[in-house]
Design a protein around this ligand. Structure first.
Ligand SMILES: Cc1cc2nc3c(=O)[nH]c(=O)nc-3n(C[C@H](O)[C@H](O)[C@H](O)COP(=O)(O)O)c2cc1C
Length: 334
């Protein structure tokens, strides 16, 4: 199989049959989904979100009970329990730690390595990517702004040309707006070792996300998956891609209200920022676990444009591999 041949390097790095990562999704990537991913031959990644060490330990143990295969743990760098979480991963002999939400420094990379675990992380630019490899990361994920969840400003297509094509000797996975096998195959041909997919797995049969959440994503089109409008630079807003809903409108109204109060001197800058930061607190959980699709955060990527059916992981992979193989065979004949 031509696709598997192209995936060889990435599969070896992940210790999985296919060099496809099921990207971590807070409140979704828990033991059931992650073990199902790994059992299906891709590389599942647990999302540790705002967990503490004890919670993560339970989740890892529960995943290990359901699969003997490799899976990773995604840790957000700003989590105050960062070091505890790394230690738990090390003690539980997790194979890969994926650091997100910032640029990791050398010491945390070395700490993860001291347990024999691999380090993967993200980069927004070529210079940062070079520095990260110099600091010893094992592989990089390029995630473009089409992706669901917290995103950077640059698209997958530009990151491919800026980073991947300039660092071909390094192991790089590509994420953001990827679903069809033809695109996976093309990215592999360009020198990537694999791809990371998120949104499609949020809607898959094995995902424990609330039925309302899945339906909202399956019904949405790409143009509905937006990052929030920022009314004033002083109150900068984290770019989080999600399906627009009532909450999105209320967030704009809230910004207007805070801005007006700030201008009248009724609210200090820091307090105003805090009010906006707290606006979405708990909202991802509300959407994913409780099914509040009006006011909860419906994080999803632009790929919802073509995710229209709730399929099993096996069905998703079967289609992806068939498309990739068809594309590669055709490309050889042409
Ligand atoms: C609901 C949701 C939650 C996410 N949570 C996280 C997270 O906690 N950590 C992280 O690194 N990425 C997170 N992501 C990003 C995914 O891991 C993945 O990189 C992204 O979804 C890939 O792009 P795609 O959505 O176009 O498939 C999240 C994405 C979604 C849709």
């Amino acid at each position: 199989m031509k696709t598997l041949k192209l995936m060889e390097r990435g599969s070896k790095i992940l210790g999985a049959k296919y060099s496809i990562l099921g990207g971590a999704m807070t409140w979704i990537s828990e033991s059931n989904l992650v073990s199902a991913m790994s059992n299906a031959g891709i590389f599942g990644v647990l999302a540790s979100g705002a967990m503490d060490g004890d919670l993560l330990k339970t989740e890892i143990e529960s995943t290990q009970e359901k699969t003997k295969r490799n899976f990773g743990v995604n840790i957000i760098l700003v989590n105050p329990k960062l070091h505890d979480l790394v230690e738990v991963c090390g003690e539980k002999k997790v194979s890969h730690v994926i650091l997100a939400g910032g640029i990791p420094d050398k010491s945390i990379i070395e700490k993860i390595h001291s347990y024999g675990m691999q380090v993967m992380t993200f980069s927004p630019s070529l210079s940062v990517a070079k520095r990260l490899f110099k600091h010893g990361i094992d592989s990089l994920i390029l995630e473009g702004s089409e992706a669901g969840g917290h995103v950077g400003p640059v698209s997958t297509m530009v990151l491919i040309q800026d980073i991947l094509l300039n660092l071909k000797e390094y192991p790089i996975f590509v994420a953001g707006g990827i679903l069809r096998g033809e695109v996976v195959a093309s990215v592999l041909q360009l020198g990537a070792v694999g791809c990371q997919l998120g949104t499609v797995f949020a809607c898959c049969k094995e995902s424990i996300a609330h039925e309302n959440f899945k339906k909202a994503l399956l019904r949405a089109s790409g143009r509905n998956a937006v990052t929030p409008v920022q009314l004033d630079k002083k109150f900068s807003i984290a770019p989080v891609r999600a399906i627009e809903n009532l909450g999105t409108e209320e967030f704009i109204a809230k910004q207007r209200e805070v801005l007006a109060k700030f201008e009248k001197g009724e609210v200090a800058l820091d307090n105003g920022r805090l009010l906006l930061e707290h606006f979405w607190a708990g909202s991802l959980r509300r959407a994913i676990r409780e099914g509040d699709v009006d006011r909860g955060s419906l994080m999803a990527g632009q790929i919802v444009e073509i995710v229209k059916e709730e399929k099993s992981i096996e069905e998703i992979m079967e289609t992806l591999l068939r498309e990739a193989e068809g594309f590669l065979s055709h490309a050889t004949l042409a």
